[in-house]
Design a protein around this ligand. Structure first.
Ligand SMILES: *[C@@H]1O[C@H](CO)[C@@H](O)[C@H](O)[C@H]1NC(C)=O
Ligand SMILES: *[C@@H]1O[C@H](CO)[C@@H](O)[C@H](O)[C@H]1NC(C)=O
Ligand SMILES: [Zn+2]
Length: 471
């Protein structure tokens, strides 16, 4: 059908829906529209609800074009995407998003670190707003859907609602979060951590530099942010700013695709902790020092790596995971006993207490191993130890109802990767919508989600935002 004709039909449906109910009560058509979207009509016939639902149309071609255009703002050639915080390409990508927000009629605001907010005012602007959003930074040689689907998709969700004639009661905001990826300054979810009141982070950023010794604030200023001062306390959100936050994201895992399910409804986000460990021994010549006389820092590291696996398995839960992703030996020569070893350990769980027990066991093992092997445990540093987050029941219900209203299959699931939602959960009730992606690939150029799957996600997001905005 031609878009103009479709548009006409939609308007007609709204006219019929609105006028059919106007006679029955004293509410205006806007209120009726909101009732349609709530899924729980008060004075309403059911046919109008389904008419409204079928009026939710995603402009899939335009959305795909936007995803492609954004992916061209990259420091590496297609199909890979590389977009690092506060670089020229990041600034251009931000401009692209702000433009789209304005074209959708949103009022745009930026904070001192470049979190971007596009607001669609509700007719009760004093109420806490409903928010949605994600990130557009991309690690080196990654793909074009991670994060992007939750930003461009959120703007399209607003367009979908506007085209359908919906008027929000609570304002709806689209947020672009600064630096979800830790690429440049080693800090993941920098923007959302600060929004959630990261005072320690705000302080640490004063002395943070990147791999080229460029300071965080110098980089931020060169991108047009943090102009006036180094004080980031005005970035912190007041609790109660948002009544709900919902993020749309590719699954980054294979489950939805394998099971042929359209929508994943996230019930919890596993939270990571990471630990740095260093052992030091005397080293020595690989031939000359006899076995009884050694204190090998490399073997201590090897033993600890196996202990990490053992402690994780001891938890008895499939949700506990642990990884030694970095293990470096010094001096790193075949004929030299390692005098120093360096490990970095990542461990995650959806149960914080269980995850913390694992960390404690790793700490005890590290010191026991050091004692038994006569090496020094020169560092045991917990880099971050974030609590997991649970999705809010009422938001899970809104996402489930929206999927059902749209006849889309859905599944409750856990997010094992972390997202800005993990930190937004500290200041707002939170929920997440996953869509399938090819083989679960992410953080590489082969990352892919079909435009049909993306459109389904956008529709569920639109309907969920609509329901939440009238609550
Ligand atoms: C980094 O920059 C600071 C300030 O400009 C300077 O004092 C310091 O020596 C530099 N560090 C390195 C490793 O280059
Ligand atoms: C969902 O399926 C029902 C029953 O087949 C149908 O009446 C309804 O129009 C469908 N809704 C949407 C939004 O496609
Ligand atoms: Zn992401």
């Amino acid at each position: 059908m031609a878009p103009r004709f479709l548009h006409f039909i939609i308007l007609l449906l709204f006219f019929i829906c609105s006028s059919a109910t106007l006679g029955n009560n004293h509410e205006d058509p806007t209120t009726k529209t909101m009732e349609d979207f709530s899924g729980y009509p008060i004075h309403e016939s059911h046919s109008c609800i389904s008419n409204t639902l079928s009026a939710l149309s995603v402009d899939a071609q335009t959305l795909q074009n936007q995803i492609d255009e954004l992916s061209s703002l990259s420091d590496t050639p297609a199909p890979s995407v590389t977009r690092i915080l506060y670089t020229e390409k990041d600034v251009l990508a931000r401009r692209f998003i702000k433009n789209l927000m304005r074209l959708s009629g949103l009022s745009v605001r930026e904070d001192a670190v470049g979190n971007i907010f596009g607001r669609w005012e509700g007719h009760e602007p004093e109420l806490a707003a409903v928010a949605t959003g994600s990130h557009i930074d991309a690690i080196p040689f990654s793909g074009k859907y991670d994060g992007v689907v939750g930003v461009l998709g959120a703007i399209e969700a607003i367009n979908v609602l506007k085209r359908s004639g919906f008027k929000p009661k609570r304002a709806i905001e689209v947020i672009l979060f600064t630096s979800e990826e830790p690429t440049r300054f080693g800090i993941g979810c920098l923007g959302s951590r600060l929004l959630a009141g990261g005072e320690a982070l705000a302080k640490a950023l004063k002395t943070t530099v990147d791999g080229q010794n460029i300071s965080f604030f110098y980089a931020a200023r060169s991108a047009g942010y943090a102009k006036d001062q180094d004080d980031l306390s005005n970035v912190f959100l007041k609790k109660g700013t948002y009544s709900a936050f919902v993020e749309l994201h590719i699954e980054q895992g294979p489950i939805l695709e394998e099971e042929g399910i359209s929508i994943g409804i996230v019930t919890a986000i596993a939270a990571p902790a990471s630990i740095k460990v260093e052992f030091e021994g005397n080293g020595g010549h690989a031939g000359a020092v006899l076995m009884p006389n050694r204190n090998d820092a490399g073997l201590a590291a090897a033993e600890l790596a196996l202990a990490v696996e053992r402690h994780v398995l001891e938890s008895g839960s499939i949700d506990s995971v642990g990884t030694v992703g970095i293990l470096e030996l010094h001096p790193g020569a075949i004929n030299s006993i390692p005098s120093k070893s360096h490990l970095e350990i990542d461990t995650r769980d959806i149960d914080e207490g269980r995850r913390n027990i694992i960390i404690e066991k790793i700490r005890q093992s590290a010191s026991t191993i050091a004692k038994n092997r006569g090496v020094r445990l020169s560092e045991f540093k917990i880099i971050n130890q974030d609590p997991p987050a649970l999705s809010e029941k009422s938001i899970i219900e809104a996402m489930k109802a929206s999927s059902a209203d749209l006849n889309l299959t859905h599944k409750l699931m856990i997010s094992r990767a972390y997202h800005d939602s993990l930190f937004m959960a500290r200041v707002s009730p939170m929920g997440m919508i996953f869509i399938p992606c090819y083989k679960g690939y992410s953080h590489k150029p082969e990352e892919f989600s079909s435009i049909d799957d993306i459109s389904n996600g956008v529709k569920v997001l639109a309907l969920t935002l609509a329901k939440l905005s009238i609550q």
